[in-house]
Design a protein around this ligand. Structure first.
Ligand code: DP6
Length: 358
């Protein structure tokens, strides 16, 4: 019987609080600026990927949420697999040089990859980030690669930029780096999730439609046409990266919230400054942002912070002690059609119902 080697891993979704938007090298996926994200719990959002290698397989094959997709159709997928294979080939060469017993030539065997998300792929919830992080972690485990998670994040990065940050839990920075070969463009963990366990994220799915302009296309047009963008990269992001890392180290929610909302707003301003303009947020997204500001004003302190990626869906960060009130308010102001008379269940805790946000 032919040998089969297998590895299964899971990887989380991350949501940026300092946004990555713009590439200085599109082939290697090198960003124009550093970024920083919070990794979400895998209980709710994660990709699980299993990979098998066998000399009996004919070619590389991939199943995404049960449907087969052609590996060769995605250059990024091919790049990520090829890079991981070359790390394995290097390891096998070293093992042979050191004459270490029976070296298994995994780098030469075709792979069968099976990947599934426990959330709707089209819901605009960063599925490429957890997807490529899971792929690379599974390849690392299967190939028994000695590289650290930061080193492997460079491989995830060639699949999708934001994926490099999903190689870690907690709070993660993607350092833009300066080298032309991308060797210093990698993710590092700023703090583990235990550092600030009270921080929670609420995801509001405004639309589960696929976005009209992909991040990849949108950010390239921004780099080419927006003058505001150049200013963001040069002066704003470096300042915010430092301030955000301080806010996280000090568990300072007021600063964390302000920088998160300001950076989301600037990212969307830069999208509008792109020509032709890109509008990812819609009326519902803007109403949610207004509601968060109204909530903070009513409480007299920053208790919640919104952020939006390349789509209309909102992610709201809040501390555990405020999350229940926030959920009640959001449910009241944006009742789902299937909820009957939410007023019956949710009183108006902050007297906000007359506010324009509702
Ligand atoms: C708005 O990582 O999806 O979510 O590198 O081209 O695959 P590619 O882009 P992608 O862009 C994510 C953009 C963002 C901001 C962020 O996650 O930092």
């Amino acid at each position: 019987m032919d040998a089969v080697f297998e590895a299964t891993v899971t990887a989380p979704v991350n949501i940026a609080v300092i946004k990555y938007w713009g590439k200085r090298d599109a082939a290697l996926i090198l960003p124009t600026n550093s970024s920083l994200s919070v990794t979400l719990s895998q209980d709710h959002l994660r990709t699980r990927t299993s990979i098998r290698a066998s000399p009996a397989f004919v070619t590389d094959r991939l199943w995404l949420n049960g449907e087969e997709e052609a590996v060769s159709a995605s250059k990024r997928l091919v790049n990520a697999i090829t890079t991981a294979r070359s790390l394995r080939a290097e390891l096998e060469r070293r093992q042979r040089q050191q004459q270490q017993g029976n070296v298994v030539p995994l780098s030469e065997w075709p792979l069968h990859i099976c990947s599934e998300n426990n959330f709707p792929t089209a819901a605009g919830l960063a599925s490429s980030a957890s997807g490529y992080a899971a792929l690379v972690s599974a390849l690392g485990a299967l190939f028994e690669l000695p590289q650290s998670a930061s080193e492997l994040s460079r491989v995830a990065r060639v699949g999708s930029g934001s994926a490099c940050r999903s190689m870690f839990g907690g709070f993660v920075a993607w350092q833009a780096g300066a080298a032309d070969d991308g060797s210093d463009s990698l993710a590092v963990q700023v703090a583990g999730h235990q550092h600030w366990p009270e921080l929670q994220a609420l995801i509001l799915v405004v639309s589960d439609q696929k976005k009209k302009i992909s991040s990849t296309t949108g950010m390239q047009t921004t780099v080419e046409t927006s003058e505001l963008f150049a200013e963001r990269v040069r002066t704003v992001v470096p300042k915010r990266m430092a301030a955000m890392q301080r806010a996280i180290a000090d568990r300072d929610f007021a600063s964390f919230a302000k920088i998160t909302m300001q950076d989301s707003n600037q990212f969307h301003a830069v999208c509008l400054d792109t020509y032709p303009p890109i509008a990812y947020m819609n009326d519902a997204s803007r109403s949610i942002a207004d509601l968060v500001h109204a909530f903070n004003t009513a409480l007299g302190r920053p208790a919640a912070a919104y952020t939006y990626d390349a789509g209309p869906n909102a992610v709201i960060y809040a501390l555990e002690g405020d999350m229940r009130d926030l959920v009640e308010l959001v449910t009241y102001c944006f009742p789902r059609p299937e909820d009957t008379t939410p007023e019956a269940f949710y009183p108006d805790p902050f007297g906000l119902l007359a506010s324009p946000a509702c």
